[in-house]
Design a protein around this ligand. Structure first.
Ligand SMILES: *Cc1c(COP(=O)(O)O)cnc(C)c1O
Length: 391
């Protein structure tokens, strides 16, 4: 079985491009051109040099000895938290801005939840001198004030969205509406492996730099190019997709995704889409969706604004039903405890999203010789207010 996208944009029964007629030309244009553009030598060269000199890659692969000792196993952390702007989101934002340039798009729009993707997008727009509009739910605007100020300082216009729960789903709806009105000059930089084909595949390819580095770094540090386990948190699923990418078809490597259970998978306050979602269509893609019996999308909840999305990348829906990957749901309080644990054992304050991945050690036991790589998707700066109020 091949776990990558097929030529129609499907991962097994998931994926595709379910879009309004008015976006057809734009999405079709992207679909026919993205591979040729991003595989061209001139694109690769510009992408690689920005990854190195601007983002600060390769990000280190750090052996966490005190954390390893605590759980009697061997744990490496892939340090995406050390990237410019503080998370893995910049990898995709750089890739997509170079693509937009080559497609002669002058205006960029994006959605953001916690603000990390908004900051990454505003950053690459400043870097390339492009007009930038960021849609953000009004609730998130209020709880992520620092990132809003950063986006504005970078020259972006932040448009608060007042519909629905006023969070990520609503911001995404508004960004799609904008794209429908401005199809010719605007490129929509989606921040995760969600949305219509070819976005999930395109974003996964930009994030796949994470696993190509892991291969090289494990070879240098361990003398073998694969781990026994890969672990990453899953919101839409892009940092996990980048972590898994070059190992998807390597059965020696077990894949573990971690979603946000919120207050618990048996409560209504949760964002555990893989555990609780049903097949449906959200934002142009067929995937698991949190919905009620009438098919209405339900409002997700997580302490982490980067994980409260009611859908999931179609790649993960397929990895889950095919049992290629195992998915755990970690609660708010487990994630908080894991964040504090990493901070005190390793001197690294993780993003709340990444703390969910760390929470897996409370659910699953690893053997002493198991070699695990866990992707630390971001740093905790943006979450300090939550940490201050909880600790
Ligand atoms: C956005 C974000 C996530 C969740 O997005 P994915 O697409 O699932 O990777 C996870 N961690 C951090 C730090 C983020 O900013």
């Amino acid at each position: 079985m091949d776990y990558n996208v097929n030529s129609e944009g499907f991962y097994g029964e998931f994926g595709g491009a379910y879009i309004p007629e008015i976006l057809y030309a734009n999405v079709e244009n992207l679909k026919t051109n993205y591979r040729q553009i991003i595989d061209s030598p001139d694109f690769r060269q510009e992408f690689d040099s920005l990854m190195r000199d601007y983002v600060g890659r390769p990000s280190p692969l750090y052996f966490a000895s005190r954390l390893s000792e605590k759980y009697s196993t061997r744990i490496y952390l892939k340090r995406e938290d050390l990237n410019h702007t503080g998370s893995h989101k910049i990898n995709n934002a750089v890739g997509q801005i170079l693509l937009a340039q080559r497609m002669n798009k002058t205006r960029i729009i994006a959605e953001t939840g916690a603000g990390q993707h908004g900051v990454a997008t505003a950053t690459v727009c400043a870097l390339t001198g492009k007009k930038c509009v960021i849609y953000m739910g009004a609730t998130d605007v209020a709880r992520q004030a620092l990132n809003v100020h950063k986006m504005q300082m970078l020259g972006a216009e932040v448009r608060p969205v007042h519909s629905g729960n006023k969070t990520l789903k609503d911001a995404t709806n508004e960004a799609i509406r904008d794209w429908c009105c401005n199809p010719s000059d605007t490129h929509y930089i989606i921040g995760s492996i969600v949305g219509p084909h070819p976005y999930p595949d395109m974003v996964a390819r930009f994030q796949s730099i994470i696993s190509s580095e892991i291969k090289q770094q494990l070879t240098a540090q361990e003398g073998r190019d694969y781990p026994d386990f890969l672990i990453a948190c899953v919101g839409g699923g892009s940092n996990a997709a980048g972590t898994f990418y070059h190992y998807l078809n390597d059965s020696r490597v077990k894949l573990v995704g971690v979603e946000a259970a919120g207050l618990g998978v048996d409560t209504a306050e949760t964002a555990a889409t893989i555990h609780l979602g049903k097949k449906g269509i959200i934002h142009g893609s067929c995937t698991f969706v949190m919905q009620n019996d009438d098919g209405q999308i339900t409002e997700p909840y997580s302490i982490s604004a980067g994980l409260d999305y009611p859908g999931i990348g179609p790649l993960h829906a397929n990895l889950s039903v095919s049992q290629r990957a195992e998915y755990f749901a970690v609660t708010d309080s487990e994630a908080l405890a894991a964040a504090m644990e990493l901070t005190r054992l390793e001197g690294i304050i993780p993003a709340l999203e990444s703390a969910h991945a760390l929470g897996v050690f409370r659910h699953k036991t690893f053997r002493p010789n198991d070699l695990t790589v866990l992707t630390l998707s971001g740093r905790g700066d943006k979450d300090m207010e939550t940490y201050i109020s909880r600790f």
